[in-house]
Design a protein. Structure first.
Length: 415
């Protein structure tokens, strides 16, 4: 092994610099690297990486490869028990000292186990463990670990292989982490659809495309008065509950929340064909129904007695919208604009004025082939002609399109 170690190290390092960056993520890189090490007679039975990530709900992720098992990407939140495990782990020691930590499990009695993971590995038959610092270019330290079940543990040559590959591994992991961070930030602040376009280079002002979509607008009733009377922290809590309910409902039914505007939420359900248009309309209606159900549950739970019950008005309209970049030369916003968006916003205002939880436009009624529930014709700001709005019965079965006067629904009611 002494003579083979430099060759194995050179082979894995060359692979890390050349082909490894083409793999999808850190878990795939760790898995392939472990296989290459074993093929080179480096007796790894467990390989992991631990990397802090930028994510609204996840603090860190671990890529875990164990010989004979399915590789696992484990996510660590601020709340889960892995934080307690971290405090008593060799990983924390590496972060603090920025030096490798080795535990020769097979050469130490069980009573000498310093870390809880040592006892776990001992019970699983491991004989040696080493965690090494992976230094990223920003000066931060992440960690990779290697463990074996081979009697006698790792040799000095094996350790030399790990030390040779750790920095190239750090560079590849940093590359993947940076891409992941960019995707997460864009998904979080502009949405996955817009985020992917930005990453693909659609970043010039005015650049975009015309698409067809159901546009959903929703806002809270009485928010201005509420925001003028409640402390800021209570307003944030109030908004988070509302935004959380709306976003979860929209995403559950295949839509995308584009932006929060004060107390308003704008979402889209894109489509191309007539069949897709009806499907998008049904999903938008289902999202509206789920939003109202979630808000009712929040009000029933009374989780925050300081704020009043949530009450919203939702509007749905459909048609052609421009989906792309608008703004100044140095500050852009990826959004949808056009008359369809404007009318959706006006109908949302109308829903609030008329004390209706949901109003849909004539265009959406036309797509659904259902004009039941006509609530009236109203003049709205910025439009010369009065608009027809409908108040669908959300208690109907979604597969009937929320149209109680459809033949199928009437037959069901009769039975």
């Amino acid at each position: 092994m002494v003579l083979e170690a430099p060759i194995v190290a050179a082979d894995v390092v060359q692979w890390l610099y050349s082909d490894a960056p083409q793999l999808k993520g850190t878990l795939e890189i760790v898995t392939e690297m472990a296989k290459r090490l074993r093929a080179g007679k480096v007796p790894v039975d467990r390989v992991t990486t631990g990397i802090w990530v930028v994510h609204p709900n996840v603090r860190a992720e671990s890529s875990i490869w164990v010989n004979g098992q399915t590789p696992e990407l484990r996510l660590h939140t601020a709340e889960n028990k892995s934080q307690d495990e971290y405090q008593k782990s060799p990983i924390k020691r590496v972060h603090e000292t920025q030096k490798a930590v080795r535990v020769e499990i097979g050469k130490k009695p069980a009573v000498a186990d310093e870390f809880p993971i040592t006892s776990e590995l001992r019970q699983e038959g491991y004989t040696d463990y080493i965690a090494l610092p992976m230094r990223f270019s920003d000066g931060s330290v992440k960690v990779a670990s290697f463990a074996t079940k081979t009697p006698g543990g790792f040799s000095g040559s094996h350790i030399g292989v790990f030390e040779s590959l750790i920095q190239p591994l750090a560079l590849v992991c940093e590359l993947k982490t940076l891409r992941r961070t960019a995707e997460t930030v864009l998904d979080t602040y502009v949405g996955p659809r817009a985020g992917s376009k930005v990453l693909d280079g659609t970043t010039r002002r005015g650049e975009g495309e015309w698409i067809k979509a159901v546009v959903s607008f929703a806002d809270i009733r009485g928010f201005t008065r509420l925001s003028n009377t409640l402390p800021a922290d209570k307003i944030v809590l109030f908004l988070n509950k509302y935004f959380g309910a709306m976003t979860a409902a929209v995403e559950a039914h295949g839509g995308e929340v584009l932006k929060f505007i004060g107390d308003e939420v704008m979402a889209i359900f894109p489509y191309e064909t007539e069949e897709e248009a009806r499907d998008a309309s049904v999903r938008a209606l289902m999202a509206a129904r789920e939003t109202l159900t979630r808000i009712e549950a929040i009000n029933t739970a009374r989780t925050c007695s300081v704020t009043p019950d949530l009450s919203v008005g939702i509007a749905l309209h459909a048609g052609d919208v421009f989906y792309g970049n608008v703004g100044s030369e140095t500050r852009l916003d990826f959004t949808v604009v056009g008359p369809v968006v404007n009318l959706a916003a006006r109908i949302a205002e109308l829903a609030k004025d008329l004390q209706r939880q949901l109003l849909v436009s004539d265009a959406l009624a036309d797509i659904m082939g259902c004009r039941s529930g006509l609530f009236g014709r109203y003049q709205v700001k910025g439009f010369d002609e009065a608009v027809s709005v409908y108040s669908p019965d959300l208690s109907a079965d979604p597969k009937f399109g929320y149209c109680p006067k459809s033949t199928a629904a009437l037959a069901l009611e009769t039975n």
